[in-house]
Design a protein around this ligand. Structure first.
Ligand SMILES: *Cc1c(COP(=O)(O)O)cnc(C)c1O
Length: 378
């Protein structure tokens, strides 16, 4: 049996006709960048995320970058984030000229630890702390970070909050949606995200009119009106084609999310039935709407051997992420590698993402669990 990590071809077949019709319309219109289709998607995403405003951008990475730019963050600023996330989170900080400061994660949710955040900030001298201007919590794997304490700490120290919700569209924390809690919410339509385009795309949400306006100006090289530049922005524009396709897929998102949640529940049942609960740590459901962009287990040892074994058996898995950010070569000069971040390091060494996509079949899931059992008790 073959169980790929993700199977986008199956999903495409279910929406093929609608997508092709829309693509044809966009081609006929020959209007490719921004315009009414992007505006319409912006309204839909704002509604979906419970945010007053949304601005379509060219990727999740652009969303992070433009948010930091709109917040006025640059040289001399320090931005705190988690040591255990996709590289783009930290890359954006460096791109605006600021310095990243990595904080450790919670062992169970893999998200930025509010306890560690408070410890790091309160342990700084007043002058060092003054350089800290923002925090980027990441809602990793589709589950929100523990936002109430994080927002409380950020309010106390006067810090901007940029939510990296690239993996978490529709995730909820105490009834609030990802991207509606901080000053900015950053989303990605990379094809492997829960709401994926047919290429790159992204969105920024915000509650503030002023920030929304800044984002719109920065997205088109800082021009307003055209050819008059008060600030330097960039080309962060979203394609009409991608917006039109994402708009179609948004109609299916809740169904796909429910299927991911059902698959997660099925895995739990099968792992329990196989007696693997003692060996394998299943994802903790701490916040109240986990959308399972990834279903990530933790094994006590031999993670890479397990992965290779599953590969041989036709099962696709992935390690998100093998190297925590403070260990990345490109940050060696930043004087941050001295910090030991034990939970991020343990997670990087022990976690493995299993297939969880909506179209995954029941017998594929039982096959995955059966093979994991075979690996641990040959
Ligand atoms: C995917 C992702 C991004 C970047 O999004 P792109 O659209 O690929 O640029 C940023 N942060 C996290 C946590 C992601 O998973």
């Amino acid at each position: 049996m073959q169980v790929p990590l993700l199977d986008l071809k199956g999903q495409y077949q279910t929406i093929r006709r609608e997508v092709l019709e829309t693509v044809e319309e966009v081609f006929e219109s020959q209007h490719f960048i921004l315009g009414p289709r992007v505006e319409s998607l912006e309204k839909s995403i704002a509604d979906y995320c419970g945010a007053p405003c949304a601005v379509g951008v060219s990727s999740g990475s652009s969303a992070l970058l433009i948010s930091l730019m709109a917040a006025g963050i640059g040289a001399g600023d320090t931005v705190v984030t988690t040591a255990y996330t996709f590289f783009a989170t930290a890359g954006a900080i460096v791109r605006v000229g600021a310095v990243p400061l990595f904080v450790d994660i919670e062992a169970d949710s893999y998200n930025l630890s509010p306890v560690e955040l408070e410890r790091v900030l309160s342990g700084m001298s007043a002058s060092t702390r003054r350089s800290v201007s923002a925090v980027i919590p990441v809602h990793l794997y589709g589950q929100c970070a523990d936002m109430d304490p994080i927002l409380g700490i950020c309010r106390q120290y006067g810090l901007t909050v940029v939510e990296d919700a690239a993996q978490a569209i529709g995730a909820e924390y105490r009834g609030r949606r990802a991207g509606s809690m901080g000053d900015f919410g950053c989303f990605s339509f990379f094809p492997s995200k829960n709401l994926g385009a047919f290429g790159d795309g992204g969105m920024v949400t915000t509650a503030s009119e002023e920030r929304c306006d800044k984002l719109r100006i920065l997205r088109g090289h800082g021009a307003r009106p055209k050819y008059y530049h008060k600030v330097v922005g960039g080309n962060f524009r979203l394609d009409a084609l991608q917006a039109a396709i994402v708009q179609i897929k948004l109609n299916y998102l809740d169904r796909w999310t429910a299927a991911r949640q059902r698959n997660a529940a099925t895995y739990r049942e099968y792992f329990r039935a196989a007696g693997l609960e003692e060996i394998i740590t299943l994802p903790a459901e701490k916040q109240n709407r986990h959308i399972y962009n990834q279903f990530v287990i933790r094994v006590p040892e031999k993670r890479d051997e397990l992965r290779a074994f599953l590969q041989q058996e036709g099962i696709g898995t992935e390690v998100y992420y093998p190297v925590p950010l403070h260990r990345q070569e490109c940050f060696a000069g930043l004087d941050i590698n001295a910090n030991s971040l034990p939970e991020a390091e343990k997670a990087a060494a022990g976690t493995l993402a299993l297939p969880i996509y909506p179209e995954l079949a029941d017998d594929q899931q039982s096959y995955v669990v059966e093979k994991i059992k075979a690996f641990f008790s040959p």
